[in-house]
Every structure is written in C-alpha cells, then in structure tokens.
Design a protein around this ligand. Sequence first.
Ligand code: FE2
Ligand code: FE2
Length: 347
Amino acid sequence: MTEKKKVDIPDALDEEYYQINMDILESFSKYRPPLDLFRFMEDVARIVSFCRGGERLTNEQVESLAQLVEEGLIFVSRADHPIYVKHISYQLDLVLVDKNLHETEVADIFTQALTRRLAEFFDQPVPLVLVRLWTDIMVLTEYLFKDIHRIRALTRRLHTVHSLENHSFNSGIMGLAIHTKFKAQQYEAGDIKRKFFDHLAVGLFLHDLGMSKVPNFIRVKDKGLTQDERGKLQRHTQIGYEMLAKLDLKFLEVEECVTDHHERITGTGYPQRKMGGAVGEVGRVCALADSYCAMTVKRVYAEAMEPMKAAAALVQDPGYDAELSRHLQALLVMTGKHKQTTENPPK
Ligand SMILES: [Fe+2]
Ligand SMILES: [Fe+2]
C-alpha cells in the first residue's frame, strides 16, 4: 500500500471541492462512479476533470483512480451535493468516515436516509426491514452522541408536508432535541448511557408504528370521524405495542414511546388515562415532540401553526410537562425557529 502523501490543497479549492477517501471510492460503482471526479495536479496546483459521472472507466482508469485516491488527489465538487447526498444516504455509515461533509450536508443525508427507511418499514413492518432502519438510526445516534449539539442542524431540516414517515422523522428529531436540551448537563457529563439514547431514538422514530395498520382514509380524516373510526385510530398505540412484541423489540424506552405518547399528565389522554407521575419522562418527551410536530405541519384538517405559537400553546396546556415545554421554547429560539414562518421554511 502506498503511503499517504500530504497534499497541499489551496484554500479556495477546499470550498468548492472535497477530497474523497478509499471508503467513499469503494462505495461507488467500480466502473461507473455516480458523479464527476476531479484530479488535483500538484505541479500546477490546479484541478482537472478525471471522469464524468456515469461514464464507463477502463481497467487502467480504475487502477489509476484507486492509486490517486490513496494519494489524496481525487476530489468531488460540492456542486454535486444532491447526487452525493442521495448516494451516501444508501450507505449511511459513510457519513461517519467522511470528514469533509459540512454539518448541514450531513443533516440532509440523515433526513433523506431515515425518512426513506421509515417509509420502507411502515410499508413492510417485518424484522428484515427493521434491521435496516435500526442500523441507520444507530449511525445517527453514534453521530449525535459524539456531540449532542449536532441535533440542531437536523431540527432545521424537518419536513413541512405531512405523511406517516415525515411525521415520524420529525418527531424523532424533535424528541431527541428536547431531551438533549432538557438533560444537557447529564449528556455533557457522560451520565446518559448510550444504550438509553439508542432506545430513546428508536422509540421516538417508531412511536406511531401502529398507525401503519390503520387504514389511510381514517388517518388523514381525523376531524369528523365516526365513533367506530375514532376507536380504530386510537387503537394505534395498542396495535403498535403488539407489533413491538412480534418484532421482539422489547426495550422499555421504545415501549413507553409507543404506548404513552397520547397520555396526558392531567389524565385526559388515551388509552389508559394515566395521570401525573404514571407518565414517565420518555413518554412525556414523546408526547410533546409528537404534538409539536403534528401542530406545525399542514394537515388535511388544519393549517400549520407557527413553531413559537405551537410551543406557547403547549406550555399553556397542563396535559404536557411544563418544564419540557419551556425547553422546547428555548430550543426554538436557539435554533432560530422563532423567526421562521411556515410559508418560508428554512432550507
Ligand atoms: Fe400517535
Ligand atoms: Fe405521532
């Protein structure tokens, strides 16, 4: 193996291109890289085209490409970001090894990858598909656990259109953001266990898995439901719990998210009308994230609420944990959501 050379890259170049490593190269189709590749010519300190995206490479080119990547001389253009995001979202663990991605680029990749995995799982809630979703959620928790503040870039990438997978993604991200804000000191001090964080994340993303068994016409209707339809809709927490058992997903935090996210500490929720302390911390976080995400997205029966207005309504509502709701408000101010209007969601 060639010893890796230290290549002197001009700063201006670094803004437009970034170097790829062997892990990234190996994730590409060997003979047809999916995007334009560039070669840095050290002697003239200039970047030139190596090959076009989708172009068939010869055996010699494949060999020389591997050699050049080893030497740190192959680059991709940041302008090809959308293609790269799509590519890497299929092999999410590459996010952890690609040191050149900006935080916002990583957030885009997670958003695409996890939303797609959630959609696949709701479509086919079987162990094989769950493993793929689980694996990708673990890449996210690995990434976030190194620095919990990274969650903030993700809260700026929430979906603005409602669907079960979009809502689940949004609730997962907001739930993690609320919990890491609420327990910031414990996270910083290393008092939160990685296993807990993993299971909390899975629970938040899957809180509505039972909805995948509720007919779509009932799911989108909500207002004006018959009693029978409302009963079916409200059974989604119980259905979800049964699905967890079948999937052998028996973790307390996951179960709590699924069964308790419609419970309210005033005893006015469902299915068990739990009160006060009977609704645990995980259930409370999930309830708050779930309601906030439902309120701030346009639905068939309601317009999207402004983020700060939704948070203010939740602070006023005694069914939610007031301390958590205040952390949500603070989080929205910190991430600039208080300036956001729903007509102009941030890119
Ligand atoms: Fe729900
Ligand atoms: Fe929900």
